[in-house]
Design a binder for this molecule. Structure first.
Ligand code: SAM
Length: 330
């Protein structure tokens, strides 16, 4: 395992396989986004090679994300290739974060390739709100996708960004629905990443406040459950379900960060909230041997910063980093 300068073992990589998405969620992207020319992207074969090098350096968990990972052409080929590391015991987990739009098509294949757990991003159960938040999303298709995932045997976790004045009045309903469906639910604080059309200060809802409000209705008990990511979990007494809280603003957990992120152009970001990055595409393409690539990965991890410093308030209403979440991958 590779250890960073702060003694953290790097065992988790999130790979954004495309910056493109079929939704335009208001807190994530501007409606009019410019995407990378396809020629800039790593091929699926290169992504496989890069991920395999990371596995060779001790990464035990890979999450494919984006953009929307399931809209990348032929992405199941990559999933299948990476699935071989799960089958061989070199990876503990291969998983995907998706908006659910393509799950009807791909759920069974994901399971066949060794994926057992997926995160589906869903911020509301209200059809009109869903349309307003995602701009381009089709609610029925996502719900059918979630059903397909369940039917395929995938364990589903619902991720919802908590948004002031948008879905804050719906969180009780989402807890009840997830409890009834057997899904864990994770709430996420909105992070100041990239320019969007609105003002993030208007959207930001601290989860410390949300938790206090939820505790008036639900019995929430802290539990040590972890999935290897940044969420801290509570058990919801009434539903028996788990509720995760990802709180990069009100309480960051950078001290236990075990992750690096790789974009679809082969840029490795050592922190979601910092600009420093290591280019892996150059070394990947420079030689057929993986030695240069390994050196570039190790060089990047040796510069992993202590943490991010996300702040959202009236004085800090500029993005902390210029890139959108869809570039680095959520
Ligand atoms: N398209 C996939 C999806 O919808 O899950 C994967 C990529 S998406 C960028 C990953 C996650 O990041 C989603 O749950 C999304 O809601 C979240 N996200 C996007 N922008 C965010 C922001 N500024 N702050 C917090 N979460 C954000």
């Amino acid at each position: 395992m590779v250890i960073d300068p702060f003694g953290r073992g790097i065992t988790y990589v999130r790979v954004s396989v495309t910056d493109r998405c079929d939704f335009r969620c208001v807190y994530c992207m501007a409606e009019d986004m410019t995407f990378l020319p396809k020629a800039e992207l790593l091929t699926l074969e290169e992504l496989d090679r890069l991920c395999t090098a990371l596995v060779g350096l001790g990464v035990r968990r890979i999450r494919l994300t984006g953009g929307e990972p399931l809209v990348r052409r032929n992405v199941m080929w990559l999933v299948e290739q990476l699935g071989r590391h799960v089958a061989a015991g070199a990876l503990d987990e291969l998983t995907v974060t998706t908006n659910g739009s393509q799950l009807e098509r791909f759920a069974a294949d994901l399971f066949r390739c060794g994926v057992r757990r997926i995160n589906v991003s869903l911020d509301t159960l209200d059809r009109d709100r869903f349309a307003a938040i995602t701009r381009w999303g089709r609610f029925d298709r996502v719900m059918a996708g979630i059903e397909a995932a369940k039917a395929a045997g995938l364990k589903v976790k619902i991720n919802a960004v908590a948004l002031k004045g948008v879905n804050e009045d719906e969180l009780d309903r989402m807890i009840a629905w997830c409890g009834a469906e057997g899904f864990d639910l994770t709430l996420i604080e909105t992070m100041p990443m990239g320019e969007i059309d609105g003002d993030r200060t208007d959207q930001y809802l601290p989860l410390s406040l949300v938790r206090a409000r939820l505790a008036e209705r639900w019995t929430l008990t802290d539990i040590p459950y972890r999935t290897g990511g940044p969420a801290r979990y509570v058990q919801v007494g009434e539903t028996g379900g788990r509720l995760g809280l990802i709180t990069p603003l009100t309480h960051n957990f950078c001290e236990s960060c075990n992750r690096v992120r790789v974009t679809c152009t082969g840029t490795m970001y050592m922190c979601l909230g910092q600009e420093d990055a290591a280019d892996l595409r150059g070394p990947l393409r420079a030689s057929e041997s993986d030695e240069l690539l390994r050196q570039a990965i190790l060089g990047g991890i040796a510069r992993k910063p202590k943490g991010h410093d996300f702040v959202i308030d009236r004085r800090h209403n500029r993005p902390a980093v210029a890139r959108h979440m869809s570039v680095t991958g959520g």
